[in-house]
Design a protein around this ligand. Sequence first.
Ligand code: GDP
Length: 428
Amino acid sequence: MAGCAIVGINWGDEGKGRMVDLLTEDYDVVIRYQGGGNAGHTVINDKGKFALHLLPSGIFRDGVVNILGNGVALDPENLWNEIQQVASQGVPVTPENLKISDRASLLLPWHRDMDELEEKRLADKKFGSTKQGIAPFYSDKYQKKTVLAGELFYPEHLKEHLHDLMEWKNLTLTKVYGAEPYTWEMLEKWLNDYCEKIKPYVCDTGLFLKDADKAGKKLLFEAQLGSLRDLDYGIHPYTTSSNTTAAYAPIGSGYPGAKIDRVLGIVKAYSTCVGEGPFVSEMFGKEADDLREAGGEYGAKTGRPRRVGALDIVATSYGIEAQAATEIAITKLDVLSTMEKIPVCTAYMVDGKKVTRFPFPTALKDATPVIEYFDGWMTDISNVREWDKLPKAAQDYILFIEKAVGCHISYVSVGPERESIILRSKEL
Ligand code: GDP
């Protein structure tokens, strides 16, 4: 049985969680395969309003099994806090509906310190990290200097392993950054307070997925962030430290043989970007402030105001290519309902030449946007549920995007609630 990946096409925050929550109706297993608790998905459904960071967005559906794959940055502290938060809102998280890969590496307590210390050292050259320890975690993972969740089942071995890692990391903390060293007591507390709590969820998820696939179960792979933040294909070095693309899903899920025939790319009706780095279609001043307010564009994890801009056809086309998206969902179309004229970036000017191919990252800082304006519809569309009922100007906007990026738009989202969606068939 082939699977589906739900991925971000731009900088993240496109509304992936909202689409996963909607589509899980048709899937049996939801798998987070990369990234950590450094971004957030906001999901609003019949059970309430939730801010998820690491938990897969299928957690709200009865009968759906959620998996945190080996590719994620597994932060026991954040995960345990999140499990308790969601449970306190009436959604039980048990070893039946959440399974953690025994091959997932643990984000260790010093990864957050390292993130903070390095951003401080960089001062005005900082990357705008969310300081959740993600970059230090992945660097250490590739150096084989973290522990796997499955090691929790081997306490004697784990103790020795963690001791060795602490000794090694204390050298950097004290000698490079002049920070306080970690002690074994601190690690023991961390093991007792958080790792022991998540241990019942840890198992061989690769086997679970293989069996589920064999039994004809439908698998949904959920990504974090978007194409432009992908470690290999994004805007280097302003990327995250993992692969946000659908192609990584089989590896990061724990089921390398997974076949994915449906890649649903999520595109916001305008652009947003959290953190530093080139953002060619960025808007400033009152126009930007109004859009930020209308869209509630403040970081789910940090509360930071997001940078906002016009929908960027150049970046979006590239993002679709990087994801090999087979279809698209446009989200937050309702947010544009008060704009008389809607700007769209249709090309870049680079060295006096008009280009439509997304440039090499270093060239991006000198690119300027070519902006075209579309008529707004100036009416509330949040209650529209059928394509034919959308105002013509809104239809024209969607049809223009579809043609410009060359990928079918199968969903148009007009509100954050599960049901605020317009389905478009391929024939339209
Ligand atoms: P994700 O990380 O890609 O899941 O995206 P976020 O959850 O960070 O950001 C999307 C935000 O937009 C959330 O607050 C959603 O509740 C909200 N949202 C999603 N779709 C829509 C929509 O169509 N209209 C409006 N107004 N809000 C939406």
